[in-house]
Design a protein around this ligand. Structure first.
Ligand SMILES: Nc1nc2c(ncn2[C@@H]2O[C@H](COP(=O)(O)OP(=O)(O)OP(=O)(O)O)[C@@H](O)[C@H]2O)c(=O)[nH]1
Ligand SMILES: [Mg+2]
Length: 259
C-alpha cells in the first residue's frame, strides 16, 4: 500500500502531540496524558486514515492513508540520557522511508521556544540538513473554540512578521526569508462533533499538501537517511544512528551552540 503521507512530530511534554494525531484519525489511537507527566514513553507508528478528508471527499481512495508516528515529549533532562538516545534511534529509524511533514507541536499557552526544544531542533538540523525545514508544519494546540478570543494576543505574538515565532526560528537557525512554514492554530478536542476542530484539522491536512507541493511532491530524505536505509542488520543500523547522534551532539557543543 502506498501511504499518502508519512508524518512525524516533535514537541515538548504534554503539548498535545498524541491528541493531535487522534484528531487526525478520529479515534483514540494514541494514549494521552494529563499534560504534565510524560505520557507517551516510546516512539510508535500507526497506519491510519486521515478521517475527515476521507469522509468529505474521496471515499474510495487509499491515498488518504497516513503513517503517523507519535513521539514521547522532549523531556527537559540530559539529551544524552540512555533512554533519550534509544528513543531518538527509534525515531530516526522511522524516517528512513522519507517524510511528508514534520509537525512541531506547541501549546498556545506556552509559546516560548525553550532551550531544550532549540537543542533538539539543532540536532535535527545537524543530522538531516537544512532542507528538513522545508517540511516543517508548526502546530499550536489548545486553541479551543470557546477560548479563541482570549488567545488572540498569543496568536498575534506568534504571527508577528518581524518579531514572531517563525522569525525567531529563522533567526536562531539562520534560515532565509524563504522559510515560510504553515502555522496552524487548532483544538484537538471533540473532532467528531465540533465543526470548529474539524475545520482546523483540515487546515493541517492542507498544510501537509503544501509541504508536498513545495517540494515537487517528493518526501523529505537526505544522504544520512539513505545511508541508514542501506544498512540491513538492525543492530548495525542502531549503532550507526547512535554514533551519528553522538557526533552531532559533540560538534554542536564544540560550536558552543548548546545553551
Ligand atoms: N483543551 C484542550 N486540551 C488539550 C488539547 N490538546 C491536548 N489537550 C490535553 O492536554 C493533555 C496532554 O495531551 P497529550 O496529547 O497527551 O500530549 P502529548 O504531547 O502527547 O504528551 P506526552 O506524550 O506526555 O509528551 C491531555 O489532557 C489532552 O486532553 C487541546 O487542543 N485543547
Ligand atoms: Mg503523547
Amino acid at each position: 500500500m502506498r501511504y499518502k503521507s508519512l508524518l512525524r512530530q516533535v514537541g515538548a511534554v504534554g503539548t498535545g502531540k498524541s491528541s493531535l494525531l487522534n484528531a487526525i484519525t478520529g479515534e483514540y489511537t494514541f494514549e494521552t496524558g494529563n499534560g504534565t507527566d510524560g505520557k507517551t514513553e516510546t516512539v510508535r507508528g500507526e497506519n491510519k486514515m486521515w478521517t475527515l478528508e476521507w469522509k468529505s471527499r474521496d471515499p474510495l481512495s487509499s491515498a488518504k492513508y497516513c503513517h503517523l508516528i507519535d513521539t514521547p515529549g522532549l523531556i527537559d533532562s540530559n539529551i544524552e540520557d540512555r533512554q533519550n538516545i534509544q528513543e531518538m534511534i527509534n525515531y530516526f529509524k522511522s524516517l528512513e522511508n522519507g517524510v511528508s511533514a514534520f509537525f512541531l507541536v506547541f501549546n498556545i499557552n506556552d509559546i516560548r521556544l525553550d532551550a531544550y526544544t532549540q537543542n533538539m531542533l539543532r540536532l535535527f538540523h545537524q543530522l538531516l540538513g537544512e532542507k528538513f525545514w522545508n517540511f516543517v508544519v508548526i502546530v499550536f494546540t489548545h486553541v479551543d473554540e470557546d477560548l479563541r478570543e482570549d488567545l488572540e494576543e498569543n496568536i498575534d505574538a506568534v504571527t508577528e512578521d518581524d518579531d514572531g515565532f517563525v522569525s525567531e526560528i529563522r533567526r536562531i537557525f539562520r534560515l532565509s526569508r524563504a522559510f515560510q512554514p504553515s502555522v496552524i492554530f487548532t483544538s484537538t478536542q471533540n473532532v467528531r462533533t465540533s465543526s470548529y476542530t474539524q475545520k482546523h484539522v483540515r487546515e493541517l491536512y492542507n498544510a501537509v499538501g503544501m509541504c508536498e507541493s513545495r517540494n515537487d511532491g517528493k518526501r523529505f530524505t537526505c544522504k544520512w537517511l539513505k545511508d541508514i536505509q542501506l544498512i540491513r542488520i538492525p543492530e548495525k543500523k542502531a549503532d550507526f544512528i547512535q554514533k551519528s547522534i553522538k557526533e552531532a551532539l559533540s560538534s554542536m557543543s564544540n560550536n558552543c551552540l548548546m545553551q
